[in-house]
Write a protein that binds this ligand. Sequence first.
Ligand SMILES: Cc1ncc(COP(=O)(O)O)c(C=O)c1O
Length: 439
Amino acid sequence: MSRAYDLDRAHVFHSWSAQAALTPMVIDRAEGSYVWDDEGKRYLDLASQLVYTNLGHQHPVVVAAIQRQAATLCTVAPQHANLARGEAARLITELTPAGLDKVFFTNGGADANEHAVRMARLHTGRPKVLAAYRSYHGGTQTAINLTGDPRRWPNDTASAGVVHFFSPFLYRSPFHATTEEEECERALQHLEQVIAFEGPGTVAAIVMETIPGTAGVLVPPAGYLAGVREICDRHGIVWIADEVMCGFGRTGEWFAFDHDGVAPDLITFAKGVNSGYVPLGGVVISSAIAETFAEQPYPGGLTYSGHPLACAAAEATLTVMREESVVDQARRLGTDVLGPGLAELADRHRSVGEVRGRGVMWALELVSDPVTREPLSPYAGTSPAMAAVTAACRDRGLLVLINGNRLHVVPPCTLSETEAKEALAGLDEVLTVADRHAS
Ligand SMILES: Cc1ncc(COP(=O)(O)O)c(C=O)c1O
């Protein structure tokens, strides 16, 4: 074993894991869509690490921008003004809908959601926040309590002021719907009812991943987001769109809510904003909410808010994405290559219950029985079948995200067509392994 591995096992404590059984892959180097382990084996990174290298690995323009910034001014405290920070904020707000013009920078996605909730509570003077069961919003205290997935359970304070609701998911409809239209209508009625029973005057915000990502790439039906906007407006509730995973080109638009032509009140972001080269997240704030804090101080901050290295990486990332039409590339990969290619795999493999996604954000729902839709592993559990799928991916040199019974295909927006075909061929073999566990 390598020194990197030995040091890791001796001293590094990993996220979300029982530590004893971990055998982390050592990654030595990376370029574009590929990474190499310490034995020189190459992997196609269909996970974009944790769904953040939207520009792929080691993009030379972003690396050079970080190097230039490091040579000029490595760091500056948040109370000062700085050009890299200002340029990053300008570029971000040029992409957001009209009226969303201010950025509060954080270190990542969880703290972006913490601050968005704090802003919404102070702006409305109300305590409660609604969030979807099928969601992940981050690992810090409020964010993990917003989260619906099982990672919340051991962290649940039962006092975070969060009420969970069911968001639309036609394949496993909580509303017994059989069409997208029914799912949309019933999901909105359900949300409306939750608000009515909680008391509209007690609800500060609805927090939603625009496309729930870790929970399964659950693309909302047409009209759902517009319905949420209308409900929020009617009740004076702040709509917080968590675009941490689905933002910055991943779905083939700059933001996932752009597909629906709607605008939230607060947008939380991280990951793709600078391809994750240096930690950065933030909240884009509507003018109405920003106005609340024009005279009244905003009671929150971070030592590294708007860190120049992270902001220089964001400025370079967004400039490259604009100049090289990277968002169009992600959209075309979805419509012309990954979408049809994954659908074709689903037709041929009985273990694939459904394929969902947009752009370069896809999930394959693996089932042991396509008729009953029994998941290949239970909710919040694992199974020998999914362990075999994970091993098959690794054997074939594919890095994917495995979550519950799903295989997430979330490559960089810059994946080439040849690489996409390589991915589809590898997944074809992996699904043959999954098929052995399906009837
Ligand atoms: C939708 C969403 N929100 C928030 C987060 C938390 O971001 P971070 O890990 O940067 O705190 C994540 C991370 O995966 C995410 O996918």
